[in-house]
Design a protein around this ligand. Structure first.
Ligand code: SAM
Length: 221
C-alpha cells in the first residue's frame, strides 16, 4: 500500500480494512455508474502536483469514478489514495428507478458490498479508503484528522442546498491549487447548475465546464 494511503487508512481505522477482505465473486464485471469514466477525472489525477495526492470522491455508488481515479493514480505511479465517501444507501432517484440497480438485504441496499467487491476485483485496494458516511459528516471527520485533498469530486445528492453545502464543506479541506470537480452540470439537474454558479461567484473563481463536469481551481482570487 502506498504510504499516503496507509497513513490515511491508519488514521481513520487503525488497521488496513482490506487485509482479510474477500469479494463475493471472482470475476470483475463492468462497473455500472454515471459519468465515472469521464476523461477529466483521469487527466486531473494524472497531472496532479498539489498537496498530498489525496483525492476525495464524494458520492461513489458502485465505484466507477473511484476506480477511474485510483487507476489513474496507480498508472502514474503516484503515492496517494482515493477516499471514497458515500452513505451507500442510494439517492431518491435510484430508489424510484425500479429494476435491479441494487439488491436489498433486510431492507438495506447492498451498495457498500458491491463497491468493496468492485474495488477489490479491480486490484485497487491499495489505493482506496472507503468512508461509509454522509458527505457532510465525512468532510468533518477528514477535517478533524487534518486531511487535505488535492482533488475533490462531488457527485452525491443533486439538490441545490446539498450541492452547495458539499462544495462549502469540501472547499475547506481542498489544498491551495487543488481542484473541486462536480458532476451533472446539465439542465436536467437545475440545482447542480445553480449551486455551481452561486459557489463560483462566492469564491470569486471562474467555472470551467467540461460537460457534464464543472471544475473550480482553488487559487487566490
Ligand atoms: C450519482 S451516484 C454517484 C455515481 C458515481 N460517482 C459513479 O461514478 O458512478 C450518487 C451517490 O451519492 C450517494 N449520496 C447521496 N446523498 C448522499 C449524502 N448526503 N452523503 C453521502 N452520499 C450520498 C448515493 O448513495 C449514491 O451512491
Amino acid at each position: 500500500m502506498p504510504s499516503v494511503a496507509n497513513c490515511v487508512m491508519q488514521r481513520l481505522y487503525r488497521r488496513d480494512i482490506w487485509r482479510d477482505f474477500k469479494p463475493r465473486q471472482n470475476n470483475a464485471e463492468e462497473v455500472q455508474g454515471w459519468n465515472g469514466n469521464h476523461p477529466s477525472l483521469r487527466r486531473l489525477v494524472s497531472s496532479s502536483s498539489s498537496g498530498t495526492n489525496v483525492v476525495v470522491d464524494v458520492g461513489v455508488w458502485k465505484g466507477q469514478s473511484t476506480i477511474t481515479m485510483a487507476n489513474a493514480m496507480k498508472a502514474a505511479g503516484i503515492d496517494g489514495c482515493v477516499i471514497a465517501v458515500d452513505t451507500f444507501l442510494g439517492s431518491p432517484e435510484h430508489w424510484s428507478m425500479g429494476g435491479d440497480l441494487f439488491e436489498r438485504a433486510n431492507g438495506r441496499p447492498d451498495l457498500y458490498e458491491t463497491f468493496l467487491d468492485n474495488v477489490a476485483l479491480a486490484n485497487l485496494t491499495d489505493y482506496v479508503v472507503p468512508v461509509p458516511q454522509t458527505s457532510v459528516t465525512a468532510a468533518r471527520i477528514l477535517r478533524g484528522l487534518g486531511i487535505k485533498a488535492a482533488i475533490v469530486h462531488i457527485d452525491a445528492a443533486h439538490e441545490y442546498e446539498e450541492v452547495i453545502r458539499d462544495a462549502e464543506e469540501y472547499w475547506e479541506i481542498l489544498s491551495a491549487g487543488g481542484y473541486l470537480v462536480g458532476d451533472d452540470y446539465d439542465q436536467s439537474w437545475g440545482g447542480v447548475v445553480r449551486a455551481a454558479g452561486v459557489f463560483s461567484a462566492k469564491v470569486g473563481l471562474p467555472l470551467t465546464i467540461e460537460p457534464p463536469k464543472w471544475i473550480l481551481r482553488k487559487v487566490d482570487a
